[in-house]
Ligand binder design. Sequence first.
Ligand SMILES: NC(=O)c1ccc[n+]([C@@H]2O[C@H](COP(=O)([O-])OP(=O)(O)OC[C@H]3O[C@@H](n4cnc5c(N)ncnc54)[C@H](OP(=O)(O)O)[C@@H]3O)[C@@H](O)[C@H]2O)c1
Length: 274
Amino acid sequence: MDIVTANGARIPALGFGTFRIPGAEVLRVLPEALKTGFRHVDTAQAYGNEAEVGEVIERSGIARGDIFLTTKVWVDNFAYDDLIASVEQSLKKLRTDHVDLLLLHWPQSPVPLAEQIGALNAVVKAGKVRHIGVSNYNVALMTQATELSDAPIVTNQIEYHPYLDQTAVLAAARALGISVTAYYAMANGAVPKEPLLKDIAARHGKTAAQVVLRWLVQQPGVITLSKTATESRLAENFAIFDFVLSDDEMAAIHGLARPAGRIVNPAHLAPKWN
Ligand SMILES: NC(=O)c1ccc[n+]([C@@H]2O[C@H](COP(=O)([O-])OP(=O)(O)OC[C@H]3O[C@@H](n4cnc5c(N)ncnc54)[C@H](OP(=O)(O)O)[C@@H]3O)[C@@H](O)[C@H]2O)c1
């Protein structure tokens, strides 16, 4: 497993995403994901499955220190005291005394960013969170968060797949030492069907899904999440570190980007995107 280093954090380049996996499904599929080799698990207060994620990790027999665990604070919990109390609840559900990474899930909130960042720093100081980050932030917000925080911001988790050009956020993140964690890598089912990706995949004896996961982790400072509730796809999505895309193949995949490529854009949560 490749490791991405960012402002002092060491983050496995491939993580298992649990969005839209209900608790009962987590109990079935996450043990298999861990057996496959996934050691980075991404959940959120809003996913409603932290308790099952915690149960599976505890029962796995894998040392807590060998799993990189991320959760995200929901926007309703951004006021200082609420954020701290919500982290206590998350830790209880996750059956652990700390998470490796805590993210602010979306930027739109009546709570000032300084207050949110202040609370993140408080949970770091209390030893409940090793690293902090943001999600769905544009360049300006990412820069502001960095300026406001004592603890470094280590990632910005954003939608990223071949149809969405994230050059601006990537360049700014790299300048700030921040990694980018990609979500929606499969672009809601478009990736496995894309002819160009299937062609490249055939050359490597891989699938289009593997090519895109590889394309993401082959970019400096990029981590990707991969979600599947289909056990047979776990080994497929994990096997992305045994081949290399050429510069021409990387560029051709970048060429799929289009202006209307963004999929996730809730008006009440999203920033003005770059
Ligand atoms: N920060 C945020 O706001 C935010 C937003 C969205 C997601 N996320 C995080 O990012 C993670 C990944 O995003 P995502 O859940 O949309 O997942 P994704 O990795 O893009 O996968 C989406 C869908 O693709 C299918 N799929 C997966 N592997 C495949 C393969 N090899 N071949 C064909 N189809 C495949 C899966 O279907 P099956 O399950 O049926 O196999 C899944 O429903 C989430 O789980 C979550 O942890 C964060």
